[in-house]
Ligand binder design. Sequence first.
Ligand code: PLP
Length: 417
Amino acid sequence: MTLEEIKAIEAKVLLQTYERNPLLFVSGEGVHLIDDKGQWYLDLLSGIGVNALGYGHTAIEKAIAEQSRKLIHISNLFFHEGQAELALRLRKISGLDRAFFCNSGTEAWEAALKLARAHAGLLRNEGRHVGTKFLAVENSFHGRTMGSVATTHKAKYREPFDPVMPGVEFVAFNDVEDLKAKFSTDVCGVLIEAIQGEGGIRPVSREFIAVARELTRETGALLVCDEIQAGLGRTGKWFAYQHYDLRPDVVTVAKPLAGGLPLGVMLCTEEAARAIHPGMHGTTFGGGPLACAVAIAVIDTIEKEHLLDHVTAVGTYFHGKLNLLAEKHPAIVDVRGMGLMLAAELDSAELAKQVAAVMLERRIIINRTSDTVLRFLPPFTLGEGDVDKAIDALDSILTAHAPEPAGAAPDGGKQIV
Ligand SMILES: *Cc1c(COP(=O)(O)O)cnc(C)c1O
């Protein structure tokens, strides 16, 4: 089928949830995607932070081939090797004790919310007062299911589906006084992304997350960190919270975990895990042999290829180049992020939209989030040459879009490609 044929059929038969870019990709290699016409695209988005090892990585292909010949699914009624092996690796890199495997980010987040409620119930049974309320942060994004969406800040994601899960209050981002004012023994969980992803690549302040850690420790409420986008090496450490020298009680991971196969995990402390007994929670597909085998291969590859160091080095290089670009182009009002989770915020939503579109015409894939923010979530294997190519393209696009100097021809600045 051609792109036009697929478009026409999808318009009739799919629920219209997405506004796709009019491109048909058929394969990938390294940090590049290849379309139906054989054209190569530099991918600085990696399937929204999923394809951390890029495309066609032999470790992933090998794990899929070998495991798919043995066993793809068995259900959680029986043992297989994958969950134990993967949980041991996750424990080592996260410092958290136990894992619950599921199939997506939002499902890991639902598990975290249920755990926080169950844990508060356990503490109440033990004679402590911990309520059922959640504190989430403004501009948060935690997923699309009913519980996750209730803790997601943007009204457009929540309100069409009201009533969503009650008992969620939002705290102003990095506002310690607001956090202290809203926190009480009524709260069972404080929900934080160490670096907000969809919210515009905004790192939480050291003080805000430290205060959240302290307040929850005092009452027994859980500090829950959403690492679905930032986790598993994207920021140059295994987890973004590790930049803040603290241990959350609960951590969710998903996007890059299984090299493109759906897999999520909720990690938690021994203390939090006391709240869950057999039969309370579960999933049919979660933590299947195939997804686990690939996730083990992903973690082993990140270690073997020293990709955390690589992410830090290339991320620092990329960040520096974006800073230089910001000095030259006043339209860039902020550059931020960690490792290969980076953003350049522009002074207008219209400009950000145009820049992303022209980058795509030049066959470089980036993404716009929170209206004005250009987001970069490339594969961890990105090279400095790839960064240079993207920066050069951004430079010439922003130059073409710069406001015209006084006296210039009326449409002198509109030449964009
Ligand atoms: C993508 C994302 C989610 C939701 O994950 P899905 O797999 O799409 O359900 C939740 N939290 C964060 C921080 C994310 O980036």
